[in-house]
Structures are given as C-alpha cells and as structure tokens.
Design a protein around this ligand. Structure first.
Ligand SMILES: [Ca+2]
Length: 202
C-alpha cells in the first residue's frame, strides 16, 4: 500500500510538472519563399511609397526576412500584412493555419525586428476572427535585430480606423487571421521583420 502511495505521489508530481511546462512556441510566419505583391498585402496612401522584398542580407529564421523600404509623408499611411482573409489571397503563407493553433495556450506574440534607432514607432496590428484590428506599438529605439515580445493583453482595439465589416466587440476573438506592420514616423527608412511567433511569457 505504501509503495502504491509513493507511486501515486510520483505520478501526480510528474503530471503537475508536465502541466506547468509552458507550451512550445509556434512559428507563425518566417517570410520564406517569394516576397512580392502576390504574397504580401501592402500599400500606402498616394503621397507615400513602399516596397517589399525578401531580405536575404538580414535574417533570423530560415533564409530571408521580410524587408520593407518606405517613404512616409506626414499625412500618409501604409500597411504590410500577411495572413488570411486579406485582399491579396496569396498573403496566406503562414507556417501553420490559424485554425490549427491553440491560441488560448499563448499570451504573447513575438517578432524579430531589425531596428534603425530612429525614435520612430511601428504599429503591429492583429486582425481577429471578427475582423477587428488590435494594435501594439513597437518603439524603434534599438539598432539591429531584437526580439520584441508583445503581450496579447497589451494590444488595444484601434480607435482611429476599423474595417467597415469588423465586429467591433472589443474582444480579441480567436483565431487571429492576419497581422500587419505600419511604420508611423514620417521619413525614409528600411525595416526587416522575421520570426513571428506565438509564445507564453510568465
Ligand atoms: Ca525568415
């Protein structure tokens, strides 16, 4: 009986340990393969300009990153999106389908950003199942690669603009279907992005 108790205790301990392990990160997008207007949904207001390409010279995950070169005018805007339900159908090139991700196990999304220490900001948006856009602000206050970890609870529903069709319930509905980057500092610049991951932070 005593042996059985020890066995049971051991089993319970193992189970507790297994349950307390954080889930493995999920690599959502690493921007491999063709990078162009058929695989990235991007654009800008008329007064600004933007190009996207495969960043072979700077990368963290795989052979290349997402490189963007932009010129943003003070009243301008732009976006660079990847995922599903976008105008560009071919932008659905994630490493894993949104519906196959156990979203509720994760509490943060991380992205590798190659900063230029411009004091600018890059908006990082998630579009949820209902089409509502959620925003996190990345400060470009570093040079070179940095893993920027964005806790999901720090995303806020965008107040400046939402798609007409968005279900604006102020709830982050899973699955998230796409993400986008928006440089916000007027001027010229280059950014690289790589390794969009779902992660669990303590
Ligand atoms: Ca990559």
């Amino acid at each position: 009986m005593k042996q059985f108790s020890y066995l049971l205790l051991g089993g319970v301990t193992l189970l507790a340990l297994a349950c307390s392990q954080p889930p493995e990160d999920v690599l959502v997008d690493s921007f491999e393969g063709m990078i162009n207007s058929e695989t990235v949904d991007f654009g800008s207001s008329e007064n600004s300009s933007l190009s996207v390409s495969a960043g072979k010279e700077q990368k963290i995950c795989g052979q290349q990153s997402l490189k963007i070169e932009y010129e943003l005018k003070p009243s301008g805007y732009m976006w660079i999106a990847r995922g599903y339900g976008l105008d560009v159908g071919g932008a659905g090139k994630w490493e894993v389908q949104p519906q196959d991700i156990a979203w509720k196990k994760y509490n943060a999304i991380s992205v590798q950003v190659y900063g230029s220490n411009s004091s600018g900001v890059i908006a990082f948006d998630l579009k949820d199942k209902g089409g509502e856009l959620w925003r996190f602000i990345i400060d470009d206050d570093f040079s070179g690669w940095k893993e920027v970890v964005c806790p999901l609870k720090e995303f806020f529903p965008r107040g400046d603009w939402q798609p007409d069709t968005a279900e604006r319930n102020e709830k982050l509905d899973f699955p998230v279907l796409s993400f986008q980057f928006e440089p916000r500092l007027p001027g010229k610049g280059t950014y690289y992005f790589d390794c969009v991951k779902l992660t669990y932070i303590k």
